[in-house]
Ligand binder design. Sequence first.
Ligand code: ACO
Length: 173
Amino acid sequence: MPFTADSELDLLFPAEHIPDEARKQLHPDLHLRPLASTDYRRGHLSVLSVLTIVTDPGEDAWVAQFNALRAAPRTYYSIVIVDKALDRIVAVGTVFVERKFLRGLGSVGHIEDIAVDKSQQGKKLGLRIIQALTGISENSGCYKTILNCSDSNIPFYQKCGYEKKENEMAKYA
Ligand code: ACO
């Protein structure tokens, strides 16, 4: 499939929100952009499946979820890195902007669902995704950007400039 330019896509948010620095440092065969309404067909779920269990809901339900995220503007920033030769997604990540009543109506960026296709790991794509999401969070005015991860991923996030703070609690339904 030939590479599809941003101008031909229906994007989750305007591409200008992605800082230039992260984009410029990518190999020219790759492209960093917001999630698009047709990315179900570019392997979005297959990349996410390197992170956890993914149940394929079918394209219609996927698009309905995309539209639900877009209906909350300036809140969900999901980005992807595309292999231009194949027009396939090779890395994904999201920052969710939470608006608070404290800290003068401050906001916090929550980084979620970072995944790099197995064949592309170790090539700094994860780092570029985190740099881009952190930039989006900071440019949105977030006073901090936080995430949860396993012990084995702590060194990766330290390389991205993050430090360990407090603990995670969880209760699964
Ligand atoms: N342990 C130690 N160092 C690591 C690790 C690790 N597990 N992973 C990456 N690094 C280092 C790299 O060696 C590199 O260091 P360098 O700059 O000295 O060369 C630096 O971190 C940047 O690494 P990248 O090449 O950008 O890492 P990659 O593209 O492989 O992405 C990721 C890392 C996202 C963890 C990827 O391996 C992956 O998708 N893993 C499976 C899914 C996963 O665990 N996702 C994160 C869940 S947490 C969350 O979503 C908030």
